[in-house]
Design a protein around this ligand. Structure first.
Ligand code: COA
Length: 151
């Protein structure tokens, strides 16, 4: 599948905000609140200066398909978050996007050895996508499932 990741620039910030505030996304997120454009813009600005966070856009042909992000949360672990735009879900794009990000981390962030995903219970598509990308469940409680992959 012809999926690739690209770096973002400020022209992408509003589209990323729209994806984040999509109702289905919020329902499946740990934080379900809607975010104001103002708060989002200041979060994007601070994120762009944060060396431990990287946000990229997954593309299929010329189309923006979704947003993928990682946060380095300690020396060897990166927390991965993926959010496809509503029109691009259920088409199998998530796994190639997760794999492309993994390649970038392997090449450019060599200290990172563990990829971690924290998924809300019941978010079947997300759990299946991470498992298909070879993450394994390491922890679970009533609300959250944690999956990890050693790279
Ligand atoms: C979760 C998400 C990343 C999955 O990506 P996707 O490309 O839509 O998923 P896929 O098409 O690869 O489907 C993954 C699997 O889930 C299944 N699936 C998809 N939607 C489903 C649904 N609504 N209910 C049950 N299963 C579903 C698919 O059949 C597929 O199963 P398979 O591996 O057995 O073939 C994407 O749907 C999304 O961005 N959702 C909104 C935000 C979100 O929940 N992000 C994750 C937060 S951790």
């Amino acid at each position: 599948m012809n999926i690739y990741l690209r770096n973002i620039d400020p022209n992408d910030y509003v589209w990323i905000w729209e994806c984040r505030n999509d109702e289905h996304t919020r329902m499946n997120s740990i934080h379900t609140d809607s975010i104001s454009l103002e708060d989002h813009m200041s979060w994007m600005k601070s994120s762009s200066k944060n060396p431990n966070r990287k946000i990229m856009i997954g593309c299929y042909l010329e189309d923006n398909v979704g947003v993928i992000r990682f946060d380095i949360i300690n020396e060897d672990t990166a927390l991965i978050s993926i959010n496809l735009s509503p029109g691009h879900r259920g088409k199998g794009y998530s796994v190639p996007i997760l794999k492309s990000l993994e390649d970038i981390i392997k090449q450019e962030y060599r200290k990172v050895k563990i990829l971690q995903a924290v998924v809300k219970q019941g978010n079947i598509a997300s759990i299946k996508a991470f498992i298909r990308a070879n993450y394994v469940k390491v922890k679970e409680d009533a609300t959250i499932i944690t999956l990890e992959k050693y790279i």
